[in-house]
Design a protein around this ligand. Sequence first.
Ligand SMILES: *[C@@H]1O[C@H](CO)[C@@H](O)[C@H](O)[C@H]1NC(C)=O
Ligand SMILES: *[C@@H]1O[C@H](CO)[C@@H](O)[C@H](O)[C@H]1NC(C)=O
Ligand SMILES: *[C@@H]1O[C@H](CO)[C@@H](O)[C@H](O)[C@H]1NC(C)=O
Length: 527
Amino acid sequence: MAIWLKLLLLSGALLSGLLYYVTDHHGSGKKTNMKKPNFIIILADDIGWGDFGVNMPGKSHTPHLDLMAQEGMRFTDFHSPASTCSPSRAAILTGRHGLRNGVTHNFAVGSIGGLPLNETTLAEVLHGAGYYTAMIGKWHLGHHGPYHPSHRGFDYYFGIPYSNDMGCTDSPGFDLPSCPPCDRDLQIHREEHSGCYSKVALPLFENLSIVEQPLNLWTLAEQYTHTAIRIIRNSRRRSQPFLLYVALSHMHVPLSPAVPPDPGDPGLAYAASLKEMDSLVGAIKSASDDNDKDNTLIWFTGDNGPWNQKCQFSGSVGPFLGRWQTDRGGSSDKRTTWEGGHRMPTVAYWPGKIPANTTSRALLSGLDIFPTVLSLAGAKAPLHRHYDGLDVTDVLLRGSETGHKSLLHPNSGAAGQFGDLQTLRLGHYKAFYITGGAEACGGGTGKQEVHDPPLIFDLNHDEEESTPLDSSSEEYQAVLEQVQEEREAVLRDIANDHVSWADYTVDPSFAPCCNPSHVTCRCRDGG
Ligand SMILES: *[C@@H]1O[C@H](CO)[C@@H](O)[C@H](O)[C@H]1NC(C)=O
Ligand SMILES: *[C@@H]1O[C@H](CO)[C@@H](O)[C@H](O)[C@H]1NC(C)=O
Ligand SMILES: *[C@@H]1O[C@H](CO)[C@@H](O)[C@H](O)[C@H]1NC(C)=O
């Protein structure tokens, strides 16, 4: 290509880049022209705080994330809004807890409903503010009709509408118990295997169309990587700022790393998968750096802690062992409100904006992504509802350590029927009104116990949550009073809020199905 043509194209790209601005009318009414930033939100599934190399001494499987932390900000006290998939994702995308947005437990393959339609997603707001909005990966907020991501603010969608274990594939990944491949015969239906969803093959969607069913899990990371890079590169042509929400299947079982571990040692599958996830994140970062480095915020976090029940195929909670619970049986990871259930490995990266190589100990949550991103985009949050998230721009950009004074940790695992107000964090204290474990590796669940007055742990001195404060101590009494006040304030606030209701009705005929005449919905005839 001739030099002049390159220059012309380059200046064209620059010019089109100048076409989008935030017009800021703050205070004086003086206009400041600032290009709207791009946002890449990466959400890992079932990841542990201790999976992140820089959080732990010793061997790291996450060199790219470690580098991102060195070039950005690492968070040590950042929490997923819930300890299971759908509630956590709904809260991240709305800035509101499940008690407000209606999503208090997981949706199923045959769910009729999803995230209530009068809840507004981050993508809907940014789309309205002139953003191109794309999503890759796991949605898990309803996929039927108007609940599909293509109708919830995303211009583009490529991914699995729910978890990667919610359907069979032809070449199953590592799981416990291990699940059989999909039925090949058109009519004959094999017995259901316990613990496996085998009726409907796992679908891969592009926008509203199923493009593969069953999808190939082993090449999914590669497909996601290519798609993400394409979306980022094409942003120059679009000359619109963009939101890219990447909700990975990693580290949820079945694990299916493209470079499989030694078959003699399936215990290495987790590490292989973690490395694959890390490379995927690295590829996204590198594409973004080549594209619009100084104008793109990348925020990596997770939806909930490791799935302990899956033994060698689950991640590490690091020092957050939840010993009070594990001593009594059951796991203190995913599906619990112990730290292992929701303390997330988290990093934010924005060259030139977020100070490099910094660590924030502020008490933050995935709930904060919604208000913070809107604030950075100069977009307004929908009115007539209350939010649980905070705008933490000052933490990201200006060294503030001010996070949440208190933070609610809802649960929706085995304990779902007890409602969502199980645990409340206040500063470095944490109060449990209800304790309970999830199913642990090898079996066993800690039974549900109600505590009135609550158990209170001091995380500064007891990150393992092993020994609660003595309830007759002055310290306990002083903390208890504040905890009760905060809890009542939240309850009052929710009682006065617009609270939405999700339809959890399940009808198997609503499952995504490429070819209803095939027993597993397989797209092409089974061979
Ligand atoms: C999905 O939508 C995008 C527009 O954002 C379009 O370019 C692409 O072709 C669509 N894919 C399918 C399979 O419909
Ligand atoms: C990051 O900070 C740590 C100390 O907090 C220091 O040892 C390290 O060299 C720094 N890395 C870079 C790349 O500046
Ligand atoms: C959504 O609609 C329901 C039913 O009309 C209502 O109770 C709820 O307050 C609405 N939610 C919001 C956020 O407005």
